[in-house]
Design a protein around this ligand. Structure first.
Ligand code: ME8
Length: 669
């Protein structure tokens, strides 16, 4: 039987829509999965969504939906995006799937039977955003990972004996240097583990959106144990079906688990410890990549600086996004996204590079050889330039393979495109169009050799690039008269396989050039998306506004006596937030820029309260936020929500507040 290859993405949280940060990991995995399939491996590629836990429960509440309705909706958005992008996942796991729920309970029981679970009381701080127990002291103390205020948890919990795995984990990291890649991440993990591991609380009992602990259903299983288990439940762990058990035996351990660098601890410490405790093998390799930055910080919903993949798909197509992300970002490091760079890369490498090479080569074969691959001259009468192209192609095949296998996508593509550049130069130097005007035998033979050489080099780049830009390369392959590229055995790729005399397919351009308006179009599409339903309001100073606002810009329907119905009021989403940072807005006496934690996310709010409050007195204060107000720009800063304050006639604004302590995120109604 063929070698197997099991590859996974993280399963994405459904608290918000997908963006190109999620697409980045998924594209990298899809590229590897496609290459493995072309190399003949029995490949299994898993992705899916992470749907339980307090963060999701609160996000659903904020959206006015039940957690199940909410997660169904967002999970479907992820899936629809991957389908639209042609992501070749073999299974899509949702942690709310019945199969997953049952199998996670089997895992819990398994860990308990093996003596690694005990009951205790947890008192400490918890970061809902990271779904992480953190070692800080004091109510509201900032999370060391993300800086958001933590919440105090005092619960009876089940604990996992993580401390028992310190030595075993260190042995794993030293004995198998490839277990965590790159080395920077491995070193971080090793020093974290060396500093000592404490047992981990693996259940919660103060909310219910999760998988019940077997035999003790008032507890739900800690969302990270639930989520990490997807990698084994999806392929059959814990199932009683013979077929599923067989699949599990075949595919586990995973060959590659790809993640972003912020979830290394969960995957490289907790995950192998859970597996060891269950007596299961650990994955062969966990590879952590860097962050996609936009406007200089990590692209994320909570920062409001996301770019949606759909915008790029609409304007340039999936191949453009795939190529850009893998070519532009040095894998493992952080890299910036910009529409300018995307369009520039698209035009230089795809439209003018590969696209132009394909169309000029194939058009000349059509014109001068009736669309049939020409027979090159015998080797003895070939010129040095012809051989140089063949030699470059041979080196490119080897180097590209080595680089891709080390996940150095950017360098691999650079190498592949060096062949495009070499052939371009070769064509310009040999001027086939001039030879095409001549009918003598020598000119015809020379022309045939040049066009054969160009077409063969084109075939090689096309085969190599297929896993990265599947759509365009499938079309070029068909234009070369070669049929279905997915069936081509990549491991056999070598110079000289182009079939002589074969009839080309219909020649059509694959990458139309993008002009400047493409950048503007994409920017406008994203801008519109950010300002949701309504157009952004004109810039105006934010005076403390009266309590009843019109949500999402729609006028509230008032009764004739000026009163509104309870339904109208219900449209206004008022929530408790906590001020994390506050600062004056330059050049605006009345405005403060605040970052307010709503439990599920941190919002930037610009408020006209600078004359009433010094920024420093606001930090840590709980406030009331109109959470579903359409964003608007004030002095160039986007304000996402409004702080509720009383505004006495001629007096200073007074913030609404509570006498008792209220959890962050609580809705007012
Ligand atoms: O962490 N740059 O889900 P998540 C690069 N549910 N990659 C990014 C990115 C960015 N700006 N933003 C997101 C979770 N990603 C958990 C995982 S797994 C058992 C549970 C990618 O929705 C990257 O792969 O926050 C990152 O690790 C992942 O999305 C986080 O997705």
């Amino acid at each position: 039987m063929n070698k197997k290859f099991y590859i996974t993405t993280p399963i994405y949280y459904v608290n918000a829509r997908p963006h190109i940060g999620h697409a980045y990991t998924t594209i990298a995995c899809d590229t590897i999965a496609r290459r493995q399939r072309m190399m003949g491996a029995d490949t299994f590629f898993l992705t899916g969504t992470d749907e339980h836990g307090q963060k999701i429960e609160r996000a659903a509440q904020a959206a006015g939906k039940t957690p199940q309705e909410f997660t169904d909706e967002v999970s479907a958005q992820f899936r629809a995006l991957w389908n639209r992008m042609g992501i070749t996942y073999d299974d899509y796991i949702r942690t709310t799937d019945e199969r997953h729920i049952k199998r996670v309970q089997v895992l819990f029981q398994h860990l308990r039977d093996n003596g690694y679970i005990y009951k205790g009381t947890y008192t400490g701080q918890y970061c809902v955003f990271d779904e992480l127990y953190v070692d800080v002291v004091g109510a509201g103390a900032p999370c060391p990972e993300c800086g958001r205020p933590t919440e105090t948890v005092k619960e009876e919990n089940y604990f996992f004996k993580l401390s028992a795995f310190q030595d075993k984990l260190l042995q794993l990291y030293t004995g198998r240097p490839d277990f965590i890649r790159p080395d920077t991440r491995r070193n971080e993990v090793m020093s974290f583990v060396r500093s000592g591991l404490r047992d981990l609380s693996i259940s919660r009992s103060t909310f219910s959106w999760g998988i019940p602990v077997p035999d003790d259903p008032k507890h739900v299983i800690y969302v990270w144990l639930d989520a990490l288990a997807n990698y084994i439940t999806a392929i059959g762990y814990g199932s009683t079906h013979e077929g599923a058990q067989e699949a599990f035996r075949r595919y586990w351990p995973a060959d590659l688990q790809m993640i972003g660098k912020e979830i290394v601890r969960f995957h490289c410490v907790y995950w192998p410890a859970f597996l060891m405790a269950a007596g299961l093998p650990v994955p062969k390799s966990i590879v952590a990549h860097g962050w996609l930055l936009f406007e200089e910080s990590k692209m994320s919903k909570s920062r409001g600086n996301i770019v949606r993949a759909e915008t790029i798909l609409d304007v340039l197509g999936a191949d453009a996004l795939r190529y850009f992300l893998l070519r532009e970002i040095v894998f493992g490091q952080d890299g910036s996204f910009s529409f300018d760079a995307l369009v520039q890369r698209y035009n230089s490498d795809l439209a003018n590079g590969l696209g132009n090479l394909a169309s000029r080569t194939l058009t000349m074969i059509t014109r001068y050889f009736r669309g049939e691959v020409p027979y090159p001259a015998a080797a003895v009468s070939q010129k040095a330039g012809d051989n140089a192209v063949a030699e470059t192609a041979r080196t490119v095949i080897t180097d590209y393979g080595d680089l891709i296998d080390q996940y150095q996508f950017s360098r691999a593509l650079e190498v592949a495109w060096s062949l495009v550049a070499a052939v371009d130069k070769y064509i310009v130097e040999n001027e086939p169009w001039a030879l095409g005007e001549k009918q003598d035998e020598e000119s015809r033979s020379r022309l045939a050799t040049i066009l054969y050489t160009s077409a063969e080099a084109l075939r090689i780049v096309t085969a190599l690039a297929h896993p990265v830009i599947p759509d365009a390369t499938s079309r070029i392959w068909a234009q070369l008269g070669l049929g279905d590229i997915r069936k081509f055995p990549l491991s056999d790729l070598k110079w000289g396989q182009l079939q002589l005399g074969a009839k080309l397919g219909k020649v059509e351009p694959v990458f139309p050039r993008a002009d400047k308006s493409a950048i503007e179009r994409m920017q406008n599409m994203e801008e519109q998306q950010r300002s949701t339903v309504v157009a952004p309001q004109a810039e105006q100073p934010a005076a403390p506004t009266p309590l009843v606002a019109t949500p999402a810009g729609k006028p509230a329907v008032s009764a004739p006596d000026g009163k509104i119905s309870i339904d109208d009021f219900a449209k206004v989403e008022l929530r408790v937030g906590q001020v994390k940072t506050a600062e004056k807005v330059k050049g605006a006496d009345k405005l403060l820029r605040l970052e307010v934690d709503l439990g599920t996310e941190v919002r930037q709010v610009v408020a006209g309260i600078a004359e009433s409050y010094a920024p420093e007195v606001l930090i840590g204060r709980k406030v009331v936020i109109v959470a579903n107000l359409a964003p608007r720009k004030l002095r160039g800063l986007e304000s996402n929500g409004m702080i509720v304050a009383a505004s006495p006639e001629g007096g200073k604004a007074i913030l609404a507040s509570f006498l008792e302590d209220v959890p962050i995120g609580t809705r007012l109604k």
